[in-house]
Design a protein around this ligand. Sequence first.
Ligand code: SAH
Ligand code: F3S
Length: 481
Amino acid sequence: MEKIIDENKQGESLILDHKEGNTKKLFIESYGCQMNFSDSEIVASILSNEGYNTTQKLEDADLVLVNTCSIRDKAEQTVRKRLKYYDKIKRKNPKMKVGVLGCMAERLKTKFLDEEKIVDLVVGPDAYKDLPNLLQDVDEGRDAINVILSKEETYGDISPVRLNSNGVTAFVSITRGCDNMCTFCVVPFTRGRERSRDPQSIIEEINDLWTKGYKEITLLGQNVDSYLWYGGGLKKDFENASDIQKATAVNFAKLLDLCAKAQPKMRYRFSTSNPQDMTLDVIETMANHRNICNYIHLPVQSGSDRILKEMNRLHTRQEYFKLIDNIRGIIPDVAISQDMIAGFPTETEEDHQDTLSLMEYVKYDYGFMFAYSERPGTLAGRKMEDDVPADVKQRRLNEIQALQRQHSLYRTQQHVGKVEEILVEKSSKKSDAHWAGRNSQNIVAVFPKEHYKPGDFVNVKILDCTSATLIGEAIGYSENN
Ligand code: SAH
Ligand code: F3S
């Protein structure tokens, strides 16, 4: 679910529909996962009630907020560089205030105020509703910080402003936090315990998006398959819930079903699934609804049983294969993508070969691949030496990426010659005469624009492909219009 970031570019900044009467200017940019981008929309919504409209010009801003990522060291370094750049701007505009949001805020807490003199405000992922009070502190010349993690907060009552939007696709968050405690991962520490959002508020948000013309929703969570609503509270306390709460609980399969039925013409995706929490009723629900896309992001991290165990991933290689076989048995044309980590502590050449052979078995459609980065505070960071040399990590990563490229090409080639339903999103980056959209399997397709427009579902004959893109021509509207 992660966005790959070019370090030399600024994070995506947001454009807000300007609210009449707002005079202060907010520049907000986001790094890291889709959840951060979605959270920034919540923050912009909260601040629009505090007199702020967003600006795309950093130089003009009264308040600069950066929503940060801690997942790997490199992500943190990117933000540190951005802060240096803000420093230069602040010299020209001394009134400008700077705040840090997100996972780095949560991880570093007051250290941020000590280490980065430019920072006035530090706010963790569960404390955004406190921003109006914190800004008051800043205005009165005090440093402001709130990094308290919550057992309840889901921001279900806040209607996010849709920023930087193509008007066709949107994210809707359904869970926050993660209880899985993979030993390499900082997320459980920065985003807290897992909690689910009231399905009613999810459906209301989706209905609202439909009336505004949106056609595709991605349901977001660190671990969507463990979604569980029984009236509020932490997932781990479900055992103590009442009989009525247990009988009326909504799990992820049920939620998908509710969403698919609430708006039968809306297209749905979801991210991310942890294999250990994915159940067959989710796959069956996908198969039962044509408006749930045939695409599953199913990170495995490693193909070695020993390393999976060290990572606290609670399934074996064989169980993963079984899951893949079951998924493909129920949804034959499903696309599956992976996240993979090269060079986890103690990883041997044999473990690495196991990863490559697992990839050969699955032949993923797409992948996000990373060199292991030790994160302070995680179990692996505390208990295991980061003992795979950097050059070995890099070589293994290169091998994994090269194999993935082959598999991606193989998979996209299977679409050539077929007619597929594409939801038009925007102009192709390479050609203004072409639309770009995605098929059910999440592969980007481009085709000549003709009379079609963003938001149309179009049947496209696929004529050619690269490893990442399908090239085709429209043959008419699909029945979904
Ligand atoms: N459940 C999350 C996973 C978050 S992190 C989600 O919804 O995306 C995204 C990916 O980053 C992980 O799947 C993993 O492959 C990678 N990652 C996490 N911690 C890492 C670390 N310490 N070093 C390298 N890669 C890491
Ligand atoms: Fe991280 Fe594992 Fe949760 S990768 S987000 S601890 S599922």
